[in-house]
Design a protein around this ligand. Structure first.
Ligand SMILES: Cc1cc2nc3c(=O)[nH]c(=O)nc-3n(C[C@H](O)[C@H](O)[C@H](O)COP(=O)(O)OP(=O)(O)OC[C@H]3O[C@@H](n4cnc5c(N)ncnc54)[C@H](O)[C@@H]3O)c2cc1C
Length: 380
C-alpha cells in the first residue's frame, strides 16, 4: 500500500461503457480524473460474453457521448464491434485507465473521498462508481444441484454451442441471455429446453421496420397504462398468442415491468419462432436436480447433458463502498444513478429504462460531467 494517497479531482471506478463515458465528459470539461479498472483491459465483460451476442438495442441509440458507431457497423452491432467501438472511444479521448487496480474500499474522510485499491490509495473530491449493474453472476441453488453429473455453467461462462451438438441442454431462465443462448444451441444442433419459472413479457426486436427501442422511447412519453396496452398489442400482432407456447404473460405490461422491477422484457430475436418450430422446448420452473437431469414444477423429470444458468447478475457496489446503507437498496442496487448520491459521490449505469442501458449511460455521463464541472468551478 502506498504510504500517502495520490490526489486527483475525480476517481472513476470501472473502465467499461459507463466509466469511459463519464471520463470522456470530464476530459472535455478539463476536469482531471483517474480511472481505476480491476481488469487488464477495458470492457472485460464484453470480451467474455458468448460469441453470438449482438446488442439488442440499435447503434443509433447505444453510442456514448460525443462519438458514434462507425457507418459500416450494422444496426445491431456484434460483441466484437462493441469492444472495438469502446476501444476506439478510449483512444479518441486519450483515456488511460489504471489497469489491475481493483477498488477494495471507498470511504468519506473529512471533506474528501478516499479510494483504496490493493496496491494504492487515491484522495479525491468526487468518486464515480461505474462498476456495472451486471457485475456478479447470480447462481441460484436447487436441491440436488451438486449431484448433477454434467457441467453447470452460468451464462457468463457460456461461449457457444459447438460442444453440445446432438445433446440435451437445459437453459434456466428466459431473459435476453437465455433467449439468445437457446437460439445458439439450436443453431449448433443441440436440443435446448428452457425452464421458465415466471410469467414473461416478450416484445419483438423490430416492429413495422422500426427498432423496439424507438417504440420504447415514444411509449415512455405516454401514461404507463396506455404504453403497456400498446406494447402488448405490438407483441400480440408480431409474435402471436404466447400462452399457447407455454409462456404466460405477466399481469402487467413491459413498461410497468421496467419501472416496478427494473427488468427489461424479453426482446425477441428469433427464440419464439424456434419454440414454435419445436427447436426450443419450453418447460416450467426447475424444482430439483438429480445426477442425470432435473425435475420441474409440473412433476415431470427429464435428463440433460448440460445446464446453463441464464439467471442474471447482481451489482457489486456493497463490497467496497463504505456508506452503502445510505445509498443502496436491500439488493445492493444504488437508489440513484446519474445524480449526486452523497456530496461528490455519483453512480453511473444503474438505471434500467426502456431506452436501453447504453442510452441511459450516455445521458447520465453527460449529467455527471456537468455536475462535477460545476462543483470543481465552485470549489476554485
Ligand atoms: C449479456 C448482456 C447484453 C447486454 N446487451 C445490451 C444491449 O443490447 N443494449 C444495452 O443498452 N445494454 C445492454 N446490456 C447492459 C449494459 O449496457 C452493459 O452491461 C454495459 O456493459 C454496462 O456498462 P457498465 O460500464 O455500466 O458496466 P460493465 O460493462 O459491467 O463494466 C463495469 C466495469 O467495472 C469494473 N469493476 C467492477 N468492480 C470493480 C472494482 N471493485 N474495482 C475496479 N474496477 C471494477 C469491471 O471490471 C468492468 O470493467 C447488456 C448486458 C449484458 C450482461
Amino acid at each position: 500500500m502506498a504510504s500517502s494517497p495520490t490526489d486527483t479531482d475525480t476517481v472513476i471506478v470501472g473502465a467499461s461503457a459507463a466509466g469511459l463515458a463519464v471520463a470522456a465528459c470530464l476530459s472535455r470539461a478539463n476536469v482531471p480524473f483517474t480511472i481505476l479498472e480491476q481488469s487488464r483491459a477495458i470492457a472485460p465483460a464484453w470480451r467474455n460474453h458468448y460469441d453470438r451476442l449482438h446488442l439488442h438495442t440499435t447503434k443509433r441509440f447505444s453510442h456514448l457521448p460525443h462519438h458514434r458507431f462507425p457507418r459500416d457497423v450494422p444496426r445491431y452491432p456484434s460483441r466484437d464491434q462493441v469492444i472495438q467501438y469502446l476501444e476506439e472511444y478510449a483512444r479518441r479521448f486519450a483515456l488511460a485507465p489504471r489497469f489491475g487496480e481493483r477498488v477494495v474500499s471507498v470511504n468519506r474522510e473529512d471533506d474528501r473521498w478516499l479510494t483504496r485499491t490493493e496496491a494504492a490509495s487515491y484522495r479525491s473530491h468526487n468518486v464515480v462508481v461505474a462498476t456495472g449493474y451486471t457485475q456478479v453472476p447470480y447462481r441460484p441453488s436447487w436441491p440436488g444441484l451438486d449431484s448433477f453429473a454434467g457441467p453447470v455453467l452460468h451464462s457468463s461462462e457460456y461461449r457457444n454451442g459447438k460442444a453440445w451438438s446432438g445433446r440435451r441442454v437445459l437453459v434456466v431462465g428466459l431473459g435476453n441471455s437465455g433467449g439468445e443462448i437457446a437460439i445458439d444451441l439450436a443453431e449448433h444442433g443441440a436440443r435446448p429446453s428452457v425452464a421458465v419459472r415466471n410469467a414473461v413479457n416478450v416484445v419483438p426486436r423490430d416492429f413495422l421496420g422500426l427498432p423496439i427501442l424507438v417504440w420504447g422511447i415514444a411509449l415512455s412519453q405516454l401514461p404507463v397504462g396506455l404504453a403497456d396496452a400498446i406494447a402488448r398489442l405490438v407483441s400480440r400482432v408480431s409474435l402471436g398468442r404466447l400462452e399457447r407456447l407455454g409462456l404466460a404473460p405477466l399481469p402487467y405490461g413491459p413498461m410497468t415491468q421496467i419501472r416496478r422491477h427494473a427488468r427489461i422484457p424479453l426482446i425477441d430475436i428469433g427464440t419464439i419462432q424456434r419454440i414454435r418450430r419445436g427447436q426450443v422446448e419450453v418447460l416450467p420452473g426447475v424444482t430439483s436436480f438429480g445426477a442425470r437431469g432435473a425435475r420441474f414444477a409440473d412433476g415431470v423429470e427429464r435428463t440433460f447433458d448440460c445446464v446453463v444458468l441464464a439467471t442474471g447478475y447482481r451489482p457489486s457496489v456493497a463490497a467496497f463502498l463504505a456508506p452503502a446503507d445510505r445509498v443502496l437498496d436491500s439488493e445492493g442496487v444504488p437508489t440513484s444513478s446519474g445524480t449526486e448520491a452523497l456530496p461528490g459521490l455519483y453512480f453511473c449505469g444503474f438505471h434500467v429504462a426502456p431506452r436501453g442501458m447504453f442510452f441511459e449511460i450516455g445521458r447520465e455521463a453527460r449529467r455527471i460531467g456537468r455536475a462535477i464541472r460545476t462543483r470543481s468551478a465552485a470549489s476554485g
